[in-house]
Design a protein around this ligand. Structure first.
Ligand code: FPP
Length: 255
C-alpha cells in the first residue's frame, strides 16, 4: 500500500511519512537552478538537453512547493551574465518559457498560481517577451502561490535601477534623500511586494549567490547541495526544508 495521504495548510497534500513537513514551512523559497550543462555533458548530450531536463524540474518544483503550502517560489532562470554563453544555448534558453507556459498554463491556472517575472524583459526576444506579458496577464488574478521567474535578472542591475528610480522621484519633488529608508527602497525593487526569501537553495555544488536577490537575501538561510538541477526531486526539496527547520533565525538579535 502506498503512503497515507493527509491534508493540511491551504488544503495541500502531504504523505504520512512527511508529517514533519507540516509546520514551519518557509514562506518563500528561492532557487538557483544550477548544473544543467554538467548533467548533459556527463551523459554525452548537448548542454541544451540539460536545460530541457531542467525545465521539467521546474514543473516538479512548483507542484512540490504548492503541495507543501509554500506561498512564494522564485526561480533563477536566466541571469544578466548568461548572455555570454554561446548563441545557440542562449537562443534555446529564450525559447523555453514559451514552451513551458504553453504546456503548463492549464495546470498553473487550476492551482491558482500567480506567475511574475523580474529582470529586464525589454532586452528579451519578442517571442519571449510575449510569453512573459501573456502569462502575467493570464495569472494576475490568481490568489494561490506566487511563482516568480528571474529572467535576464541581476541583483546589482536591480539595485542600480531602483537608485535611478528614487533619484527621479527626488528630482520630481516626490521624495527626499533624507527620507530614503530600507523600507521605501525595497518598494522600488522589482520583487516588491514579494517578501524576502526565507530559504535560498543552490544546486550543483556551487556555493555563491551569483547576483541573485542580493538585497533580499541578507537574512535568508542558504542551502547548498551537490545534486544537479535536472536530478532535483521532491526528496531534495524536503531535505532542504528539514535543514531549514533546524536553523535558528535571529535576524541579528539574540532570540
Ligand atoms: C544553470 O545551469 C542554469 C541555467 C543558466 C538555466 C536555468 C534554466 C532552467 C532550469 C529552465 C528554465 C525554465 C523556464 C520555464 C524558464 P548551467 O547551464 O550553468 O549548468 P553548468 O554549471 O553545469 O554548466
Amino acid at each position: 500500500m502506498g503512503p497515507l495521504i493527509g491534508w493540511f495548510g491551504r488544503g495541500k497534500r502531504v504523505s504520512a511519512g512527511d508529517s514533519d513537513l507540516k509546520e514551519n514551512i518557509p514562506n518563500h523559497i528561492a532557487i538557483i537552478m544550477d548544473g544543467n550543462g554538467r548533467w548533459a555533458t556527463r551523459r554525452g548530450l548537448p548542454r541544451i538537453a540539460g536545460h530541457r531536463a531542467g525545465m521539467n524540474k521546474v514543473r516538479e518544483a512548483i507542484r512540490a512547493c504548492d503541495e507543501l503550502g509554500v506561498q512564494y517560489l522564485t526561480l533563477y532562470a536566466f541571469s544578466t551574465e548568461n548572455w555570454k554563453r554561446p548563441q545557440d544555448e542562449v537562443d534555446y534558453l529564450m525559447r523555453l518559457p514559451e514552451e513551458f507556459f504553453r504546456t503548463e498554463i492549464n495546470e498553473l491556472l487550476k492551482r491558482g498560481v500567480q506567475v511574475r517575472f523580474v529582470g529586464d524583459v525589454t532586452q528579451l526576444p519578442t517571442y519571449t517577451r510575449e510569453t512573459v506579458v501573456n502569462t502575467q496577464r493570464l495569472t494576475e488574478g490568481n490568489t494561490g502561490m506566487v511563482v516568480t521567474f528571474a529572467l535576464n535578472y541581476g541583483g546589482r542591475a536591480e539595485v542600480i535601477h531602483a537608485i535611478h528610480h528614487y533619484a527621479d522621484q527626488v528630482k520630481a519633488g516626490l521624495a527626499t534623500w533624507e527620507d530614503l529608508s530600507e523600507e521605501n527602497f525595497g518598494r522600488l525593487l522589482s520583487t516588491f511586494p514579494v517578501p524576502d526569501p526565507d530559504l535560498v537553495i543552490r544546486t550543483s555544488g556551487e556555493r555563491r549567490l551569483s547576483n541573485f536577490l542580493i538585497w533580499q537575501s541578507v537574512y535568508s538561510e542558504l542551502w547548498f547541495t551537490e545534486v544537479l538541477w535536472p536530478d532535483f526531486t521532491r526528496t531534495t526539496l524536503h531535505e532542504a526544508i528539514r535543514d531549514y527547520q533546524r536553523r535558528k533565525r535571529r535576524f541579528g538579535g539574540l532570540k
